[in-house]
Write a protein that binds this ligand. Structure first.
Ligand SMILES: Nc1ncnc2c1ncn2[C@@H]1O[C@H](COP(=O)(O)OP(=O)(O)OP(=O)(O)O)[C@@H](O)[C@H]1O
Ligand SMILES: [Mg+2]
Length: 281
């Protein structure tokens, strides 16, 4: 058990009906205030793990702990879990169902039985956080894909979760949309929200996350993201590519241009900044 974990899977296993085990003996802790990337190839079990973590699926074996206490899957237990951990699924069309953006975002808080003024405040805050205030009265089915993604995330943010769990939030977004979403996630992180994101984008993980969990056939390996993504054997086992930033960092270190204790560039912009600093010096 990890004492700093808000939510934690301990020895968790899961198999879909009539299927083989997808996850076996998985230990995965989400400590408060960390940004965590869940990495793995297609079919490695990322979505399954996120659904176990947020209570949509129930562990076949092992346990789900919320603040160190085992989650009971009765009404009270699930409410306690859902007000702490909110999952946003990959396809916004599986999440959005109300006629307008505002109605959709207000659904969760209303369901908690909160007073109307509080619901309105939360909706305003969530729309603002996702930068979609202007879309409040728009029918959800008329939005662009990127707008629907943000509306779906706003619905989760309106629940003011301590842990926001996002399944491939950048998939299908253009580079500009990805940057905007990362800026939103940075703001949420600064406001104290813990974010867990499933992705196969190793460059994104290196740049955004503090920690990573890399799913391999032997189970997840967890730790600070830069350390895990520098481990070629682990990347091979997980079927992931080496991040671009890691390749550059290694080249710079091999050429004696970057000290072993100086973090390497993770984006083209950071490489430019590094090159400019070197020129100045
Ligand atoms: N509803 C389901 N019924 C039966 N098997 C399922 C179901 N959902 C997923 N699986 C199986 O469980 C395994 C893990 O799937 P999961 O969706 O968790 O992987 P993933 O890492 O999220 O993949 P992707 O990157 O493609 O989203 C796969 O082998 C998949 O076929
Ligand atoms: Mg998935």
């Amino acid at each position: 058990m990890n004492p700093s974990a808000v939510v934690e899977l301990v020895g968790a296993g899961y198999a879909y009906e009539d299927g083989p085990a997808v996850l076996r003996g998985v230990d995965f802790a989400v400590p408060e205030g960390r940004s965590i990337a869940l990495l793995g190839r297609n079919g490695s079990g990322k979505t399954t793990m996120l659904r176990l973590l947020s209570g949509g699926l129930r562990c076949g074996s092992g346990r789900l702990l919320l603040e160190g206490r085992e989650v009971s899957y009765d009404r009270a237990g699930l409410t306690r879990l859902r007000t702490t951990v909110q999952l946003v699924v990959q396809d916004p069309d599986d999440q959005l169902f109300a006629a307008s953006v505002g109605q959709d975002v207000s659904f969760g808080p209303m369901n908690l039985g909160l007073p109307e003024t509080e619901v309105r405040e939360r909706v305003r805050e969530a729309l603002e956080a996702l930068d979609i205030t202007a879309l409040e009265d728009r029918p959800t089915h008329l939005l662009s894909y990127g707008q629907r993604k943000r509306a779906a995330i706003a619905g989760a943010v309106a629940m003011r979760p301590r842990v926001l769990v996002l399944d491939e939030p950048t998939a299908g977004l253009d580079p500009h949309g990805q940057e905007r979403l990362l800026a939103v996630l940075d703001r949420l992180r600064d406001a104290g929200t813990t974010v867990v994101m499933a992705t196969h984008d190793v460059d994104l993980a290196l740049r955004w996350a503090d920690d990573a969990a890399v799913l391999t056939p032997e189970g997840p390996r967890t730790g600070p993201v830069a350390g895990l993504l520098a481990d070629q054997a682990l990347l091979d086992a997980a079927g992931l590519r080496r991040p671009w930033g890691m390749a550059v960092t290694r080249l710079l270190r091999d050429r004696g241009l970057l000290g072993a204790d100086v973090p390497g560039p993770r984006t083209p912009e950071e490489l430019d900044a590094w090159a400019a600093a070197v020129r100045e010096a």
